[in-house]
Design a binder for this molecule. Structure first.
Ligand SMILES: C[S@@+](CC[C@H](N)C(=O)[O-])C[C@H]1O[C@@H](n2cnc3c(N)ncnc32)[C@H](O)[C@@H]1O
Length: 299
């Protein structure tokens, strides 16, 4: 159902493996230059916001570093891939903890910002590439991470399978992303905000769906937890580089929801200035051929 073949699917991208209903298929059509339309949208969106995302990314490095060493059980001699690395906050968090980080992203402007920010991290290799076909051999890295990206992908299952493909036996795959409410109505209300604000948004997965993708990729879940993600709506909209009309449309929709006492499953509320909400970010670690420990905490 993922349409990989119709889209001119690439090597290493099995079709029909994401198992998720309702994901946007629009991104799988190709334009006359052979580029996926979804890919063109993603490139434009992230090229336009790369500088802003780089500044915010730097602020996230320390927090990511505090967790990732123990989550991936790093000892210092590993090679780790950060897939869809963007401007590289996770790559930079990992750099002092491992031998080498391979940071892969589709958008050159994001990689350029990352290279600039990471000048002192000589062990990061920045590669332009696609998460659906990582430029890496089977079982060639010790661990893999994909952070804040699954919701931008029309085939998240293929991406997770790619991470599982490149990780050595016993290696870990870390997935971090915002997760949707398991309540369909709340989920739909929130998704509307995301789709209005960000043309590159495809679909926020629920924790159940992320766990399923890991299992389908042959990864045993060894850690799972979730945490609140506090947001100011104006800053959230700005992050996606919205124009004034888009910003107004998002605010009008949120105003309408709040008037109806709808929280969209994210505690949507009026604040002193504008609106706020509290999303959820899930952290999941899957082990290639590891022993499952029975579902982890929350998430
Ligand atoms: C929200 S950003 C997250 C970046 C980074 N992981 C972080 O945590 O800041 C999503 C990233 O996914 C990248 N991306 C989207 N689709 C991709 C694909 N098919 N292959 C590689 N990168 C992709 C975008 O270019 C962007 O850098």
């Amino acid at each position: 159902m993922d349409g990989a073949d119709a889209s001119g699917g690439q090597a290493g991208c099995p079709s029909g493996s994401d198992g998720l209903a309702g994901a946007s298929r629009a991104g799988l059509d190709r334009d006359p230059c052979g580029q996926r339309r979804g890919e063109a949208v993603t490139k434009a969106r992230f090229a336009a916001t790369a500088e802003r995302l780089a500044a915010l990314g730097v602020e996230r490095i320390e927090g990511l570093r505090q967790r990732v060493g123990s989550l991936l059980e790093l000892r210092g001699n590993e090679v780790v891939v950060d897939a869809a690395a963007g401007t590289g906050p996770m790559a930079m968090a990992l750099a002092p903890l491992v031998r080498e980080v391979i940071a892969v992203d589709l958008v050159p402007e994001m990689l350029d910002q990352g290279r600039r920010a990471a000048r002192s991290s000589a062990n990061i290799r920045w590669l332009e590439g696609d998460v659906y076909a990582l430029p890496l051999e089977d079982r060639s890295v010790d661990a893999a991470a994909i952070v804040r990206t699954l919701h931008h992908l029309d085939r998240p299952g293929v991406a997770v399978a790619e991470l599982a493909r490149v990780v050595k036996r016993g290696g870990s795959v870390l997935v971090v992303d915002q997760v949707a409410s398991e309540h369909p109505r709340d989920r739909a209300l929130y998704e509307r905000i995301e789709v209005l604000r960000d043309p590159s948004h495809v679909r926020t997965l629920t924790g159940t769906e992320v766990r399923r993708l890991l299992a389908e990729a042959g990864l045993a879940l060894v850690q799972a937890y979730s945490e609140p993600d506090e947001r100011d709506l104006a800053a959230f909209v700005e992050l996606a580089g919205c124009d004034a009309a888009t910003r107004d449309a998002v605010f009008a929709y949120v105003e309408e929801l709040v008037e109806r006492w709808e929280t969209a499953g994210v505690g949507l509320r009026r604040a002193e200035r504008g609106f706020r909400f509290t999303g959820t970010v899930g952290w999941y670690v899957g082990r290639a051929d590891g022993e499952p420990v029975g579902g982890g905490r929350g998430g």
